[in-house]
Design a protein around this ligand. Structure first.
Ligand code: IVH
Length: 667
């Protein structure tokens, strides 16, 4: 194909995909199957990979995210992101309406919207394309999370219809309950800490360094506030309807209300109806509809005078605390759980409530048999929020946090600054042993197909596995002897285990579950220290000389390899043929032209996105650093470069080069 034809084809595929996304997400009326959609997407990805000169950060392919980690840049908001003043009673809402009428001297229309419980985001669009996505941050400035936001399928990258040339739109990024439940189920299977509620999960996900993980988390977004000069309508409600035409998913269930009575009706309706919604809500936002009136009434230092949030009351009941159990998680963390006299709350019967940690028990001043107040907030497990001390029996005793592990009796430890007590007996305590094996087989580690936490439990109960090396000695007969394990499933597990021989060394290091050695650290280790034998011998000085490895991590590694049982384990894994050396893969186009040079990049570039430029630097053997120091070789300056970086580079006499200069360096 001629370049011209390729370009045409790419443009056509992008349009097609945009249209299908619109049909799917906006209209809820897909016209093709997921399979067909994936096929078109596959074609586009292949073409863009082959002809990178036609790549575009707003191509729908970019929603799959990139693997390159980056620190977030702080960006000043053009209009500060304020919060809303809260109200908890209908009387306060009526007062709000009266205040608005007094300030404005009119009786304006209002808009009631659900208050989504997620994390807020500000998007900038220019000429119908997404330019930038910034978190609320401190209200004045936030983090540039554009790469992550691009992966959210309900965020339009290109707009449709008659949109203003330039505007800002704000909304809420949420994680639907279904996605949240699934994520926590996966995390519990892998022994990872659970997210307390969809809000934390959404904001945690948005701040992740790896946008391909963000893409896999299936976030959703709803928009509720449009800002800009010369907007096409005065009414907020009307603007929202227009935004829907441009491709935004707008604040759901928004209604125009004439007066306080209509507003109160809306509140009563949604206080009940919200139970059935697919996402978390914590109230209603009431806004003056007309932008002109909004401007007249203006803002206080913290919030607009033209809007108020009405918070739904969390349902609360009193019941008796019967006892407290202590559960050891797969990471060793001990969680206290209260057993309660069963009681109805928010449509379900509650028998247990989380007490989180020792500080929470102490903070509540909890005694056994106390009458406690239980609330269901956004959290999965209800929590105890207070005690009725007036009903306390004189003979009752305070709830004591345990000192020894309830599973293996080892003395618990608590690290400075941490809330949780841990069982440190990682090689012998049953939940920890299982946790280690689950971590080893998990997707990001050895990714053993067919094996999950239930099977690990069974294998452990039967005494067939006590550590990860035991997995490689499993026989088919042993697997089949397990409950509900068929011939096919057993074959699949064995095949899954055989396949781990292809997993690269960096993931083997991660899979070992050495404390503080996460995915990124494991990558750095494998790159710098090229085999398990060298890693075993590495001392503190060698380890801390590796990029981003500090004393705490280094000590943990040295400590791990000092244990006889771990050395034995490594020998058995070697026997199972796992990759215990770093294989040098020559990436396509890789050179060493920038070897020994370190770069700071700042601003916006023409030929590359920021991530692409960083990847290109690494491809040519150079190093990316975030801050300028005397050791920096070059500052690559793009458009709108930050003034502080320019100043620092100038004062340290660091050469400042353009994107073109950079390209010459690598050619
Ligand atoms: S309007 C200047 N509308 O609530 C007012 N906010 O407490 C702009 N929120 O930071 C906000 N749903 O994260 C507005 N329909 C809605 C909302 C909403 C949720 C969040 C938002 C904001 C916070 C304010």
């Amino acid at each position: 194909m001629l370049p011209e034809e390729v370009k045409k084809r790419i443009t056509k595929l992008r349009h097609e995909i945009e249209q299908h996304n619109y049909n799917y997400y906006k209209l809820n009326r897909p016209t093709i199957s997921d399979f067909e959609f994936d096929a078109i997407m596959g074609d586009l990805i292949a073409l863009e990979n082959k002809f990178p000169q036609f790549s575009d950060p707003n191509s729908p392919t970019q929603r799959v995210g990139s693997d390159i980690s980056r620190e977030f840049q702080q960006v000043l908001h053009q209009y500060p992101m304020l919060s809303l003043s809260n109200s908890y009673s209908e009387a306060e809402v009526v007062e709000f309406v009266q205040r608005v009428e007094k300030f404005s001297g009119e009786t304006p229309d209002y808009v009631c919207e659900l208050k989504l419980d997620g994390t807020s985001i500000s998007l900038i669009y220019r000429e119908g394309e997404l330019q930038r996505a910034v978190t609320r941050g401190d209200g004045e400035k936030g983090d540039d999370v554009t790469a992550n936001v691009r992966t959210i399928r309900s965020v339009p990258l290109k707009l449709q219809g008659d949109y203003p040339a330039s505007f800002e739109i704000r909304g809420e990024i949420v994680m639907p309950f279904s996605v949240f439940d699934e994520l926590n189920r996966e995390r519990s299977e892998q022994g990872e800490q659970l997210f307390a509620n969809p809000r934390n999960a959404a904001s945690g996900t948005l701040k992740m360094q790896n946008s391909s993980v963000v893409a896999s988390r299936k976030l959703d977004a709803y928009f509720y506030y449009i800002l800009g000069e010369n907007l096409p309508e005065d009414g907020h409600y009307e603007l929202l309807q227009m935004a829907a035409e441009w491709g935004f998913q707008i604040s759901p269930h928004a209604r125009k209300c004439k007066d306080a009575e209509a507003i109160l009706n809306y509140l009563t309706t949604w206080d009940q109806k919200r139970e059935g919604l697919p996402f978390a809500t914590d109230g209603v936002v009431i806004k003056v509809n007309s932008k002109r009136v909004q401007e007249e009434i203006g803002f206080t230092a913290k919030s607009p005078r033209w809007a108020i949030a009405y918070k739904f009351k969390a349902e609360r009941v009193a019941t008796k605390l019967l006892s407290v159990d202590f559960q050891v998680g797969r990471t060793g963390a001990v969680t206290p759980v209260a057993n309660l006299e069963p009681v109805q709350l928010g449509g379900t019967v509650v028998k247990r409530a989380s007490l989180h940690n020792a500080d929470v028990i102490e903070g509540l001043g909890l005694y056994l048999n106390d009458i406690v107040y239980v609330e269901k907030g956004g959290e999965i497990i209800p929590k105890i929020v207070g005690v009725d001390t007036s009903q306390r029996d004189v003979a009752s005793t305070p709830v004591q946090f345990i000192r020894n592990c309830p599973e293996c009796n080892t003395i618990l430890v608590r690290e400075e600054g941490e809330a949780a007590w841990y069982c440190p007996n990682e090689d012998e305590c049953p939940p920890l042993i299982k946790g280690k094996i689950e971590h080893f087989i998990s997707r990001k580690a050895m990714n053993v197909d067919g094996l999950g936490s239930e099977t690990i439990d069974l294998l452990y109960q039967q005494g067939l596995v006590r550590n990860v090396a035991d997995l490689y000695e499993l026989k088919k007969e042993q697997l089949i002897s397990l409950d509900r394990m068929g011939d096919k499933s057993a074959d699949r597990i064995l095949e899954g285990l055989r396949n781990t021989r292809e997993i690269p060394f960096e993931r083997v290091i991660f899979a070992l579950g050495i404390r503080y050695v996460g995915e990124t650290v494991a990558k750095k280790l494998a790159k710098a220290i090229k085999s398990i034998d060298l890693l075993m011998q590495a001392d503190l000085a060698t380890l801390t000389s590796v990029d981003e490895i500090g004393v705490k991590i280094a000590e943990s590694i040295v400590d791990w390899f000092s244990k006889e049982q771990h050395l034995e384990l490594i020998e058995r894994l070697r026997g199972a043929d796992l990759k215990l050396v770093t294989e040098i893969r020559q990436a396509e186009g890789a050179t060493e032209k920038l070897k020994g040079l370190s770069f700071v990049i700042s601003g916006i570039f023409q030929k590359f996105s920021r991530d692409e430029l960083k990847a290109d630097i690494e491809l040519h053997g150079g190093k990316n650093v975030s801050g300028i120091s005397a050791k920096t070789s070059y500052l690559i300056a793009g458009e709108n470069i930050g003034p502080s970086k320019l100043e620092k580079a100038t004062s340290l006499k660091i050469p400042i080069i353009s994107e073109e200069n950079y390209v010459q360096l690598t050619n």
